[in-house]
Design a protein around this ligand. Structure first.
Ligand SMILES: Cc1ncc(COP(=O)(O)O)c(C=O)c1O
Length: 390
């Protein structure tokens, strides 16, 4: 989730004794960024690229990276894409904004987005002059019966923020809806690479590459500051999307593109992801066993949901967490719901964010906080020990 304030310490001081450990959802451990690998990739790119590579590049991205990404996604996510379908973006949000404009250019006026979902995504779609309508999210993911308009934005592999997977039946129903309505589905595969309990469910895009725009980002696999991602785009949308990138001057730095291609082609990107997957899997297990109350959502990604009984309880826990040195994020108070009234509350625990040296302290502070807050927790648990129904 984007950071809104730079505050990192209590009372706005730089006093390390007052430091706050952030459990920000959707953020990787920034201290694990592969600096050496990136520097080496950049050095190789600079040493080998001809001068002509430094010219204005194609808005859709450098052929070498588009080819590398097509191969990587086919191999790791089962995506069906020829290199011409790949569009390099400055991250998911930028790609979504430009895609929204391209869809509008082609006559779209309404897009459905998950409820709850990231408010930032609704904002950029509204800025693209699209009306945003809610898709309810249940235990099987977004509800296809709610789809209206000319597009729907989905997080099938790991719904953000509830952590459920979009059921196979729902995937087919969304595709059927898109085909019947000449609509597009946007698959935000924001942490598809990070599944811990089994092999990741493949990308939905493979079920219908003509109706699904697949979108990936390096914000979780490398770092959000890199601002690099990709979209796999059905042929009829490609020209309009490239035109939006060109008009916005939103093409990505060629040096970053060359370095990224190098990282993928040498296998270093896969190796880094595999390494981080082990780190986050271990953290998630430690979190689940340490706090002693069931978390919601599959074992995947960078966050888990701790359902709470009320929005006031959420505020109380966040305030108490801050007093103890933890920055926590609530489901109710952060714009995830299209309309928050009457909707449920939770803590969205971003366990990937703390650097390794802070993780033990984060875990222990969180465990104490949760164990001393029984009154705020949701009591109704499903038969498998997983809290059901948001
Ligand atoms: C649901 C979701 N999708 C996508 C992203 C990645 O966005 P970006 O690539 O713009 O950083 C995030 C990042 O937090 C996210 O939470």
């Amino acid at each position: 989730m984007p950071r809104r304030s730079g505050a990192r310490s209590r009372a706005g001081t730089n006093d390390p004794a007052g430091a706050v450990i952030e459990l920000r959802p959707g953020v990787p451990d920034l201290s694990s960024f592969p600096r050496t690998l990136w520097a080496a990739a950049l050095r190789r790119a600079l040493a080998t690229a001809p001068n002509s590579a430094l010219d204005y590049a194609e808005p859709a991205g450098l052929p070498v990276l588009r080819e590398a990404v097509a191969g990587y996604l086919a191999r790791t996510r089962g995506v069906r894409a020829e290199p011409e379908a790949v569009v390099i973006t400055a991250g998911f949000t930028s790609g979504l904004s430009l895609l929204g404009r391209a869809l509008h250019r082609r006559g779209a006026r309404t897009i459905a987005t998950e409820n709850p979902g990231l408010v930032r995504h609704r904002d950029v779609l509204r800025a693209a002059e699209l009306t945003v309508v809610p898709l309810a999210v249940g235990p099987s993911g977004a509800e296809p019966g709610d789809a209206v308009g000319q597009a729907a934005l989905l997080t099938p592999a790991h719904q953000h923020p509830t952590g459920v997977v979009l059921a196979p039946r729902s995937r087919y129903r969304f595709i059927d809806w898109a085909r019947r309505n000449n609509a597009y589905l946007v698959e935000d595969d924001y942490d598809g690479e990070f599944r811990y309990d089994q092999r990741p469910v493949g990308a939905m895009q493979a079920l219908d590459p003509e109706r699904i725009v697949y979108a990936g980002s390096t914000s979780k696999s490398l770092a959000p500051g890199v601002r690099l991602g990709w979209m796999i785009v059905p042929a009829p949308l490609r020209r309009d999307l490239a035109a939006e990138i060109f008009d916005a001057g939103a093409a990505v730095s060629v040096l970053d593109q060359l370095a990224m291609a190098d990282l993928i082609l040498r296998g270093d990107y896969d190796r880094h992801i595999r390494r981080m997957r082990l780190v986050y899997r271990r953290r998630r297990r430690q979190l689940a066993s340490s706090i002693g109350v069931p978390l919601r959502g599959i074992a995947a990604g960078m966050h888990a949901l701790l359902p709470l009984a009320s929005a006031t309880g959420e505020q109380r826990l966040i305030a108490e967490g801050r007093r103890r040195g933890l920055a926590l994020t609530g489901l109710h108070g952060n714009g995830y719901w299209h309309e928050p009234e009457g909707q449920s509350a939770a803590l969205i625990l971003g366990y990937a964010a703390p650097p390794a040296h802070s993780w033990p302290a984060a875990l222990s502070l969180l465990t104490q906080l949760v164990q001393q807050s029984a009154a705020e927790l949701v009591q109704n648990r499903g038969p498998d020990g997983v809290t059901v129904g948001l």
